[in-house]
Design a protein around this ligand. Structure first.
Ligand SMILES: [Fe+2]
Length: 399
C-alpha cells in the first residue's frame, strides 16, 4: 500500500518527543516491510509494545497437506464444513485448512464467537467474507466487515475478529507467506492506482481512529514460521492490552475492499482471466469474477475456452449468483473447484451452446491461481465430492 493515512494523535515531526498530558513519553513503533526499505507506519503506544510476561506453544489446527495424487480436478463443498456449534467457533482458531502450498494457504470457517487477539507473522492475510458481518479490531483501529469484503491484514498486525449480527460469519481466509498488494500494472511508478485499474483508493477503507483498550495480562496468539509443516504458533501473555495506540500514520495498515466495487473489464470477445485480477502475492494471484455484461461480438462465445493454464493450479470459490460454465457439475454456492496444472479444463458439456447470445452473467467467484502445486488440507479432504473429476465425460472409472 502506498497510500498515506493518519489517525489519532501523532507529533508534527517523526522520531521526536511525543508526550502524554502528564508529561511522560509515548512509545514510538515503526512497523515496516522489507527491512526498512518499503511501506511502513509509525504507531504511538501508551505502553512498551515489546513487553511480554509469558510465552508458551500454541498448537495450531491441523496444517498437514496431502498431495493431489492421482492428479485430478477436485470439487470441495465448503458448506459441508459448517459446524452445528458455529456460535462457539471463532474466525481464527476455527479455520479449517482446505488447500495450501509454501506460498499460500486457504482455509474456511463458519463462526459466531469473537476470536482471541491474533497476529500472523508468516505473511499477509486476505479474508473474504462470504456472508455475515464482523468488526475487525486492530492495533490501528476497527474495520467493519460485511458480505463481499476482502479484509486485508498486513503481516504481524495484531487484531481480533468480532462477529456481529445473528447470522454466522462465513469467511474464506487466504493466508500468504508474503505481502499481498494490488497488481503492479495497475500502479503508477509512485504507487497510485491508475485510470485503467478496476478500482481506486476511494474503494479502500482503512481504520479512521485508534481503539484505546485498557486491560492487563492479555493473551495474543502468534502464527509464525517453524515446525514440520513450516508453520507453527506461540501464545504470548503481554502485560497491557496491545490496542493502546493513541495515533499512527503511514502507508501500511489493514483495510477492506468490497467485491461490489470492482469494475469489470469486458470486451467484444472473451477477456482472459488477468482482467479479473484484484491482488497479487508471491507465487499466487487473486482474481474475482463479478456480475457483468459479457462479450458483445455478434458471434461471441461468452463462456471461457478450454484452457490448460500450464503454470498454475486454479482455485475457484463460488460465492454468489449462478456460474454458467459449471452448470451440470454439481458445483453451487460454497463450492471450490481445483483445476490443477497438468489438466485441461473448461465448460461443462452443453454450457457453450447455452451461453450463446447471453448479454450478462450473474456470477460471483473468487479465484486464487498458484504457481506451485496445491495440496489438500483436512478441510479439503473432508468436503470433497469425488465424482467431479468425471463430470465432463459423464462416466467414471470402469475398474
Ligand atoms: Fe479456469
Amino acid at each position: 500500500m502506498a497510500y498515506y493515512r493518519r489517525a489519532g494523535d501523532v507529533p508534527p515531526k517523526r522520531h521526536t518527543q511525543h508526550r502524554r498530558p502528564d508529561g511522560t513519553l509515548y512509545h514510538e513503533e515503526l512497523m515496516g516491510e522489507e527491512g526498512f526499505s518499503s511501506d511502513s507506519s509509525l504507531l504511538y503506544h501508551r505502553e512498551i509494545p515489546s513487553a511480554i510476561v509469558d510465552a508458551t506453544p500454541w498448537e495450531l489446527p491441523d496444517q498437514g497437506l496431502h498431495e493431489n495424487r492421482p492428479l485430478v480436478p477436485r470439487h470441495l463443498k465448503l458448506h459441508t464444513l459448517g459446524a452445528e456449534d458455529w456460535k462457539r467457533v471463532d474466525p481464527v482458531t476455527g479455520r479449517r485448512l482446505v488447500l495450501g502450498n509454501a506460498d499460500v494457504r486457504i482455509s474456511y470457517v463458519v463462526a459466531g464467537e469473537s476470536s482471541p487477539l491474533y497476529r500472523n507473522a508468516v505473511g499477509d492475510e486476505v479474508v473474504y467474507v462470504e456472508s455475515g458481518t464482523a468488526t475487525v479490531e486492530t492495533v490501528f483501529g476497527a474495520l467493519d466487515a460485511r458480505q463481499g469484503d476482502y479484509v486485508v491484514l498486513p503481516r504481524a498486525t495484531t487484531h481480533r475478529w468480532v462477529p456481529t449480527g445473528s447470522e454466522p460469519l462465513r469467511a474464506y481466509a487466504i493466508e500468504a507467506s508474503s505481502h499481498v498488494a494490488p497488481p503492479k500494472r495497475y500502479l503508477s511508478r509512485y504507487g497510485q492506482l491508475l485510470e485503467h485499474a478496476p478500482y481506486c483508493e476511494r474503494d479502500l477503507h482503512g481504520p479512521t481512529e485508534p481503539l484505546l483498550v485498557e486491560q492487563v495480562d492479555v493473551e495474543v496468539l502468534v502464527k509464525h514460521r517453524g515446525g514440520p509443516d513450516g508453520i507453527t504458533g506461540t501464545r504470548y501473555v503481554v502485560p497491557t492490552h496491545p490496542f493502546d495506540v493513541v495515533g499512527w500514520d503511514g502507508c501500511l495498515y489493514p483495510y477492506t475492499f468490497n467485491v461490489a466495487d470492482f469494475e469489470p473489464i469486458t470486451g467484444r470477445v472473451h477477456q482472459p482471466p488477468p482482467v479479473h485480477q484484484v491482488f497479487e502475492g508471491s507465487g499466487f494471484v487473486i482474481c474475482n469474477f463479478v456480475p457483468r455484461k459479457v462479450d458483445y461480438h455478434p458471434l461471441a462465445v461468452p463462456v471461457p475456452y478450454y484452457h490448460a493454464n500450464v503454470d498454475s493450479d486454479e482455485v475457484m470459490f463460488y460465492c454468489g449468483g449462478d456460474y454458467e460454465a459449471r452448470k451440470g457439475s454439481g458445483i453451487g454456492q460454497g463450492s471450490i473447484s481445483l483445476h490443477p496444472g497438468g489438466h485441461s479444463h473448461g465448460p461443462q458439456p452443453g454450457a457453450v451452446e447455452r451461453a450463446l447470445g447471453a448479454e450478462s452473467f450473474d456470477e460471483l467467484a473468487v479465484m486464487v491461481d498458484t504457481f506451485r502445486p496445491l495440496g489438500l488440507g483436512e478441510g479439503g479432504l473432508a468436503s470433497e465430492d469425488p465424482s467431479y473429476a468425471w463430470s465432463w465425460a459423464g462416466r467414471g472409472p470402469s475398474r
